[in-house]
Design a protein around this ligand. Structure first.
Ligand SMILES: N[C@@H](CCC(=O)N[C@@H](CS)C(=O)NCC(=O)O)C(=O)O
Length: 212
């Protein structure tokens, strides 16, 4: 068996590591998909060497060929995008990829406090998100997609942010238990198009089943 070129370390979730898994599947690079048990990680009993990972957090991508151990999920996805020419065709397109990724980051920053919030706070975060945050960003991206032909967010070819955006439009819907794409047929079609790519469909049917 050949040694995989990459090791991706995360928990047994999709959440912020899944765009990297999509990208590695799309470019058909073998990777070791290392999944820690979150409860074991949080025990802090020294059995897991957290210092081996940047900032003691996950995900971490190890690029075996050059020894790089990279933290920060969006940086990991962008790194793979750069390595495999999935960053648009000019600086302006690369910047638009970054812009859409930062939109996702803004949305995540609003919903992530729900993990630790009590029921009442959870409900108010969700209500605010669905009423204000989502329309603010999705109405723009819906139009951008339309202007761009519907298949890809940026330019005429697929980019790393297509995988990231398709993943989070699905993940946020699951997390909020709401059909967040009901008013955004263009974003729904974009997500469907990305998930129908052979390599992505294959990964989605082979990956471990997890809720998040
Ligand atoms: N901004 C970072 C966030 C990383 C992060 O907070 N990861 C969480 C899991 S989603 C983690 O490692 N939690 C365990 C810990 O902080 O010890 C990224 O996008 O990678």
């Amino acid at each position: 068996m050949s040694t995989p070129k990459y090791k991706l370390f995360y928990f047994n979730w999709m959440w912020i590591a899944e765009p990297a898994r999509y990208l590695l599947s799309y470019v058909q690079e073998e990777f070791e998909d290392v999944r820690y048990n979150y409860e074991d990680w949080m025990k802090d009993d020294g059995k897991i060497n957290k210092k081996a990972f940047p900032y003691g957090k996950l995900p971490c991508l190890e690029d075996v060929e050059n020894g790089l151990k990279l933290g920060q999920s969006f940086t990991i996805a962008r790194y793979l995008g750069r390595k495999y020419n999935l960053v648009g065709t000019c600086d302006a397109e690369a910047a638009k990829c970054d812009e859409y990724a930062d939109v996702v980051k803004d949305m995540l920053a609003e919903v992530e406090p729900m993990w630790r919030a009590n029921e009442e706070t959870k409900e108010s975060i969700k209500t605010n998100f669905l009423a204000k945050t989502l329309p603010r960003y999705f109405s723009v991206i819906e139009q951008d997609l339309k202007k761009n032909g519907g298949k890809f967010l940026v330019g005429e070819t697929i980019s790393w942010v297509d995988f990231l955006f398709a993943h989070f439009t699905e993940m946020l819907g699951i997390y909020l238990k709401t059909d967040i794409l009901a008013n955004y047929p263009g974003i729904r079609a974009h997500q469907k198009g990305i998930f129908e790519i052979d390599e992505i469909r294959n990964w989605r049917s082979a990956r471990p089943v997890t809720t998040y």
